[in-house]
Design a protein around this ligand. Structure first.
Ligand code: GRF
Length: 202
């Protein structure tokens, strides 16, 4: 089977990007990361990509804002740059910028996002902390993570895969974060494998 081409969008540490690169290199995923984009210059994930010889582009929103250009223009230009790598699948792995339809429309059904909460719970930023606090208040008994298709509504697209992450009394927030990230690394690879091996993407 021909390897599927992945473009990964990040904003930070890039541990999930690393999990993808490792799985590709180990032959666990019939895919290769052909480019990484970050909207933050300091994102360590850019360094991870470069170390593996993967093109890594820093593409910030700020110059657009400074020139009075819109978010949609930024998204459209980002789409053009991403399209140049001819991706089969675009993976948002810790990408902290809400994409408008200027980006989503040309790739609809080909963009997936990893979110550290279960479907219909804690959308947006700080989901792990929100779940942790809800547990402390006795409102939930566990949390989880999901990989879902990206739509215009934040963290609301159709789920592709999900996993429960337990919360234990006595957990610190850092304990929960560590457990979450470990689960995410596995779930993301499972979800990508399902898509690249299946018929869902062209
Ligand atoms: C993950 O928890 C992801 O779910 C969230 O941001 C984090 C990214 O971690 N959206 P990393 O940059 O892959 O280490």
């Amino acid at each position: 089977m021909a390897k599927k081409q992945l473009v990964v969008l990040i904003s930070g540490y890039g541990s999930n990007l690393q999990a993808i690169i490792d799985a590709c290199q180990a032959g666990d995923l019939p895919a290769q990361v052909v480019a990484v984009f970050s909207n933050r210059k300091s994102a360590y994930g850019l360094e991870r990509a470069r170390r593996h010889g993967i093109p890594a582009e820093y593409f910030p929103l700020k110059p657009y804002r400074n020139m009075g250009r819109s978010r949609e223009e930024y998204d459209a230009d980002l789409a053009t740059r991403v399209a140049a790598y001819e991706p089969d699948l675009i993976v948002l792995a810790g990408w902290m910028h809400v994409l408008s339809s200027a980006f989503i429309h040309p790739f609809r059904g080909q963009i997936i996002n990893l979110h550290p909460a279960l479907p219909r719970t804690f959308p947006g930023t700080d989901a792990i902390r929100h779940a942790y606090e809800a547990f402390q208040r006795g409102e939930i008994r566990h949390t989880g993570c999901m990989v879902h298709y990206v739509v215009e509504e934040v963290d609301a697209g159709e789920p592709i895969a999900q996993a429960v992450v337990p919360i234990y009394p006595g957990d610190s927030l850092a304990d929960l974060e560590a457990r979450m990230h470990e689960t995410e690394h596995q779930l993301l690879i499972q979800a990508i494998r399902r898509l690249v091996e299946g018929q869902e993407i062209s």
